[in-house]
Write a protein that binds this ligand. Structure first.
Ligand SMILES: [Zn+2]
Ligand SMILES: [Zn+2]
Length: 329
């Protein structure tokens, strides 16, 4: 096996490097800057060019990072390594590993749906494909993102017409910037949590556009009460400024919104089905396009998907990688 699962993560022994290790290692290849994939303490990191500023702002300015453009190749102990767009968040990569004529691709998190805030998923041919399957069940079939964004704009307008502040719960890296980009033409004061603001320069430097975004502090929330759209991972610190429960309306943006008994067990009045992961059809499409003879499924319960793919004649196994619970939906 060119890549195998170890307690510290996916390991390539020939090249002596890990992909998204769960512990500090000598050499880490990072698919993207989400915290269940990028962890502190490793001696050196390799990631895509667009991922580097995000990785530094999450792991520290002084980490040792080598970054590469998508499609460029480097050698690690005689193993050929290149990164290819995964379409998950800005800078997200699939890792292609080649040795002795054999090609493996580790997908990291990916999606095949359109997202103007990152480079679209690119299928990479390989012998063995290690695919995430967070939403690997047939019940997950995403609606067109544009329809959901239109619905969100109408939701905001309706709130404003009723004098309510709109609050969108979105993960601080990836989802929040996607929401901001989608809302770039709304005529509302748009406020964002500091953890979201911190990531914006990395996006604008890659040409992603946003509306005018102000910091969601107590003063601004009060000033724009009843009109604003506030994007934040959580409202815990801002409930006082938002006012009484009937003065604001909150929503969630997540693939989990498709199932009624959301795993998050939060009772929210409305939700938007926008995910940064591939749905059932997206995963199957990506696996087929890889042309792989052997498929490993990680990140999620792949039992049903495995059976389905086996029926199609593929050789499929489940691969358990570390302990990371996804925080980006
Ligand atoms: Zn992720
Ligand atoms: Zn993940």
């Amino acid at each position: 096996m060119l890549i195998r699962s170890e307690p510290s993560g996916l390991y390539c022994e020939k090249g002596d490097f890990y992909i998204d290790p769960s512990r500090a290692v000598d050499r880490a290849v990072i698919t993207h800057a989400h915290s269940d994939h990028a962890r502190k303490g490793s001696r050196s990191y390799l990631c895509s060019t667009a991922c580097e500023p995000l990785l530094r702002s999450r792991l520290g300015k002084n980490i040792s990072v080598q970054s590469m453009a998508y499609g460029a190749t480097t050698q690690i102990n005689g193993v050929k390594v290149s990164l290819h767009p995964a379409g998950h968040i800005l800078g997200s990569s699939q890792v292609r590993v080649e040795y002795g004529g054999e090609v493996w691709v580790a997908s990291g998190d990916y999606k095949t749906n359109p997202d103007p805030t990152c480079t679209p998923f690119e299928s990479v041919r390989c012998n063995t494909f290690i695919s995430e399957c967070t939403f690997g069940l047939p019940i997950y079939q995403w609606p067109a993102p544009d329809d959901e964004w239109q619905r969100m704009k109408r939701w905001w307008q309706n709130n404003r017409d009723h004098g309510l502040t709109s609050v969108v719960h979105a993960y601080s890296l990836g989802k929040a910037q996607r929401v901001l980009n989608a809302l770039k033409d709304i005529e509302a004061p748009v406020l964002a949590h500091p953890s979201i603001m911190e990531m914006l320069p990395a996006y604008t430097s890659q040409g992603v556009s946003f509306p005018k975004v102000e910091l969601a502090d107590a003063d601004r929330i009060l000033t724009h009460k009843g009109k604003a759209c506030v994007i934040t991972p959580s409202t815990t610190a801002m409930e006082k400024s938002l006012g009484k429960p009937d003065e604001w309306e909150a929503t969630d943006v997540s693939g989990w919104m498709q199932v009624k008994n959301s795993r998050r067990k939060r009772q929210l009045p409305s939700g938007f089905v926008i995910s940064d992961h591939a749905d059932w059809n997206g995963i199957i499409q990506a696996i087929k396009a890889s042309n792989a003879e052997q498929v490993y499924l990680t990140h999620g319960d792949g039992t049903l998907l495995k059976d389905w793919l086996c029926q199609q004649g593929l050789s499929v196994a489940l691969l358990h990688t570390g302990d990371g619970r996804s925080e980006d939906w």
